[in-house]
Design a protein around this ligand. Structure first.
Ligand code: NOJ
Length: 576
């Protein structure tokens, strides 16, 4: 990869620019992909039990194809007690009856392929459900046995082993260890669970765990999946000796204690696991992908995860959490592109997923320093939905102009906010229950989608019921209403995504427009200026054709108002 250049005049357009990222060699689809996350329980319920299902996803594929996406990533649909919405897997090679059957899955893959859409599944290798056959076997076996060694069992501290083996805490609150009762009825060993107590961590120091997951990878690859999103990929290997940690005991970053130094994250041995998985994927046809869900900072370190023989992509959480601040946003974009370019990997961009407050709601808050995994509850400051939507559309347009891969989360194409008023009795996220309601958790971003304004459950379920209540204001955000309105968020997404594909922006370059005011983020990609005004004053735009606007009128008459974004196709100067 060539070194970024100094500020210069772009010979094609005459704008003064500073190149940061040059078009990458390699044309694999995942270098410029748009991947749409489906959260199966909340997408579409065709079988009428109030929970979304695989048949519902298959039925709506034509609607997804209208968004010009390359792939769908499905959050877990495997057999599970659903203590953490399916991230507690009981059987990795099955479909939970609430979502359908393996035949439904095969039909979904086949139908998606007819629409040119790949299906990516969620691999959950850090932990399983306590109902998994291997964990049940571990409980029944004695301390020190091979069955126990599949998990992380330790004796407790204290005179009678009554204290947990170290100070680590669960991400969902409370201790990361639970003490078991041995088969003979005596108080026994403790097992590690970085998440809920129903999610025991696997012991990745044990080769038998590697074998088990290679089998699981092949099972889904043989069924034709396009790849895997790898859940908490940074947690698989723990530092030997499992030492106490002086930072936040759940390993998340705090002053002086970056999360990547935590003993439960980002240990070196992880790379060998990724390499062995990459070899398996490479042995299949069809260019299958691995995408890491990893909270690793700084980004230069994260880039080590996507070296040519490791994963293909990793989520860019620094980007997801960017504040409404042009200088910080430029910094994140530039450092991301520079770091991923140095290893020849695409940078990815994302604004929402099922673990965070949706970006419409985040951008509608005065200050949005929400801790990851925390939602907004009825007693919290409420977001300004109008402001949030205007800013979210601008942020989306800017993101879709960036070179690299993009992740979308179901419902963002409708401009959905979080449901911030869910009554407590409906809450299902273990975070809510493990913190006694102090952290409301993530249910607000997981509410079933509104498809039809005048149908019960807004057309989500054939039976008119919904596992989480939907807010009354969602009627006007329903898909059928938005289909009829040329200015709707849905039509804005369709237009911008179609244009991104036609102009090949995902496989483009990035050069800052250096004359942009400080509060404005503006870059040129493939002859298009993508520009977002994060300041308080309108800005003048260079001459060109306005090809996309974040809201109607944005960028018209050569001016861009605050909180708006636009794409301007720049005139190409005569070669003479
Ligand atoms: C990350 C997933 O996205 C989240 O939903 C889940 O609770 C944790 N990993 C544990 O699997």
């Amino acid at each position: 990869m060539e070194k970024p250049l100094e500020a210069t005049v772009d010979p094609q357009t005459g704008l003064r620019v500073k190149p940061v990222h040059l078009r990458q060699p390699g044309h694999q689809w995942w270098r410029s992909s748009v991947i749409y996350q489906v959260y199966p329980r909340s997408f579409r319920d065709l079988r009428g039990d109030g929970v979304g299902d695989l048949q519902g996803i298959a039925a709506e594929l034509p609607r997804l194809a209208e968004l010009h996406i390359d792939a769908v990533w499905l959050s877990p649909f495997y057999k599970s007690p659903q203590k953490d919405a399916g991230y507690d897997v009981e059987d990795y090679c099955s479909v939970d009856p609430i979502f359908g059957t393996l035949e439904d899955f095969d039909a979904l893959v086949a139908e998606a392929s007819r629409h040119g859409i790949r299906i990516i599944v969620d691999l959950v290798p850090n932990h399983c459900s306590d109902q998994h056959i291997l964990f049940q076997a571990a409980l029944a076996a004695p301390a020190g046995s091979p069955a126990r060694d599949m998990f992380i069992f330790r004796d407790g501290r204290g005179e009678h082993g009554e204290l947990p083996p170290n100070n680590w805490e669960s991400h969902f609150g409370g201790p990361a260890w639970t003490r078991i009762t041995e088969p003979d009825g005596t108080p026994g060993q403790w097992y590690l669970h970085l998440f809920d107590s129903s999610q025991p961590d696997f012991n990745w120091d044990n080769p038998a765990v590697h074998d088990e997951f290679e089998r699981i990878l092949r099972f889904w690859l043989d069924r034709g999946v396009g790849g895997f999103r790898v859940d908490v990929a940074h947690a698989l290997i723990k530092k030997s000796g499992l030492p106490d940690w002086g930072g936040r005991a759940d390993g998340s970053s705090s002053e002086g204690f970056p999360g990547h130094e935590a003993p439960m994250f980002g240990q070196d041995g992880i790379h060998d696991i990724f390499r062995s998985w990459r070899q398996i994927l490479d042995s299949y046809d069809g260019d299958r992908v691995l995408c890491a869900e990893a909270t690793i900072d700084p980004v230069e370190r994260l880039a080590q995860w996507v070296r040519p023989d490791e994963m293909h992509q990793t989520f860019n959480f620094a980007y997801l959490h960017h504040p409404w601040d042009a200088s910080k946003l430029r910094g994140i974009i530039e450092s991301s592109l520079t770091a991923f370019d140095s290893v020849g990997a695409p940078t990815t961009w994302v604004l929402s997923n099922h673990d965070v407050v949706r970006h419409v709601s985040r951008f509608g808050l005065q200050a949005h320093d929400l801790r990851s995994g925390d939602g907004i509850g009825p007693l919290d400051q409420q977001p300004d939905h109008e402001l949030g939507l205007v800013r979210a559309r601008a942020a989306t347009l800017l993101m879709l102009g960036l070179p690299g891969g993009v992740y979308l989360y179901q419902g963002e194409e409708l401009g959905l906010p979080d449901h911030t008023m869910i009554p407590h009795e409906f809450r299902q996220d273990p975070t809510f229950h493990r913190t006694g309601g102090e952290r409301v958790g993530r249910d607000g971003s997981r509410v079933p989608l509104p498809w039809r304004k005048d149908a019960p459950s807004y057309g989500f379920s054939e039976a008119g019921i919904s596992w989480l209540p939907q807010p009354p204001e969602w009627g006007r955000l329903s898909r059928d209403v938005q289909e009829q309105d040329p200015d709707s968020t849905l039509n804005f997404y369709k237009h911008a995504l179609g244009l991104r594909r036609r102009l090949d922006l995902g496989h483009g370059s990035l050069a800052w427009w250096v004359q942009a005011p400080a509060d404005v983020v503006a870059f040129v990609n493939n002859g298009v200026l993508a520009v977002m005004n994060m300041g308080a004053e309108p800005v003048e735009l260079p001459a060109g054709e306005l090809v996309a606007a974040s809201v109607p009128g944005a960028g018209a008459h050569g001016k861009l108002e605050p909180d708006h974004a636009a794409w301007i196709r720049l005139p190409v100067r005569d070669a003479a």
